[in-house]
Design a binder for this molecule. Structure first.
Ligand SMILES: [Zn+2]
Length: 340
């Protein structure tokens, strides 16, 4: 008898990176976290236009649904196409049937005008009724003034700030710079090199942290609430839970799958509506963390949203055509790669 659970939530995603798989190798091979950003992600994000963002988000949302994920907390950056970018992501997710909390990651990397337009995109989207948080890239690419403006805007809008914190050693000063700003409704992403406690929820991204060689975050030691994210590498939360468990075990043999399962469940605080979505899996012990920790390849078969609408059937999305979406996304990826 296949098991049924609520919808999963990806606690930190970058839907704009769905097209990045298979991108051309960077001109200079990265040797540390900062050069990964410079050689890969900052070359990609500046090339994005609104059409690419749409197909990237649609592909990412579709693959999330096929993994049993009905909610995404997204963090977006597209410095050449800021205005309207959060609407495009929200629209793509809506078309697939996935809930999303959008944020635009402000930064001083593109001068004061880029920073201002990033703040405006967050404000415009949220004031128009969009489900969002104020996004900030990371303290190390922002002036103290921009960090303050972002915190003030979030306070005015009644939402939290969604920010990368001390992901690499180059941002180890983030704790000192954010201590007087952070609030309980902030989402602090990574916190690998954080040297003090900040208010907020920590989003742990074990696969991304390993992929970038930034170190282990020891989330079980934090007194903050912890949730799990993928940092843009898909939205398969059972896969991320297995990784969270085994990455934890590599550093501490007292870590159990129950801890990783708690990190999955903590995300309902941000998107409680996903609790009312219903996912039927191809595996009957999906609710037992000691089973799922050692069972790769668990897939969603059927999803019914809280409204009663079928969103996934036989593992395929209902609202959008799987093959057509993959083909359109691949075409968009080719256009993107030509610009890199
Ligand atoms: Zn991230």
């Amino acid at each position: 008898m296949p098991a049924t659970t609520p919808g999963m939530i990806c606690g930190h995603h970058h839907l704009y990176s769905s097209l990045a798989r298979g991108m051309p190798a960077p001109p200079v091979a990265p040797t540390d976290f900062l050069s990964i950003l410079q050689q890969v992600w900052w070359r990609l994000d500046v090339a994005l236009d609104l059409e690419m963002i749409y197909w990237s988000a649609k592909l990412g949302a579709m693959e999330a649904l096929m993994s049993g994920t009905t909610g995404i907390i997204d963090h977006h950056e597209s410095p050449s196409a800021i205005e309207g970018s959060l609407d495009v992501i929200a629209q793509a997710c809506q078309e697939v049937g996935v809930r999303v909390i959008c944020s635009y990651g402000v930064t001083d990397r593109h001068g004061p005008d880029g920073a201002k337009r990033g703040l405006q995109e967050n404000e415009r989207f949220i004031r128009a009724g969009g489900h969002g948080m104020v996004g900030v890239h990371a303290a190390f690419t922002c002036s103290d003034e921009l960090l303050q403006q972002s915190a003030d805007l979030a306070h005015d809008l009644g939402v939290g700030v969604h920010i990368h914190v001390a992901e690499g050693a180059n941002d180890s000063d983030a704790g000192r710079r954010l201590e007087h700003l952070a609030q309980d409704d902030w989402l602090l992403v990574h916190c690998v090199h954080l040297d003090r406690q900040l208010k907020g929820t920590i989003a742990h991204n074990p696969r991304s942290n390993m992929n970038n060689g930034v170190g282990y975050a020891f989330p079980a030691r934090a007194t903050n609430k912890v949730i799990l994210g993928t940092d843009g590498i898909g939205a398969d939360m059972l896969e991320e839970m297995r990784l969270a468990y085994v990455a934890g075990r590599a550093h501490d043999l007292t870590i159990t799958p129950l801890i990783a399962q708690d990190w999955i469940k903590n995300s309902y605080h941000f998107m409680p509506e996903c609790k009312s979505d219903s996912v039927t899996w191809n595996y009957d012990s999906v609710e037992s963390p000691w089973h799922t920790a050692f069972t790769p390849g668990i897939r969603a078969l059927e999803i019914t949203s809280s409204s009663g609408e079928k969103l996934l059937t036989d593992g395929r999305p209902v609202r959008v055509d799987l093959d057509e979406t993959r083909a359109k996304a691949a075409e968009s990826a080719r256009k993107l790669f030509a610009l890199l």
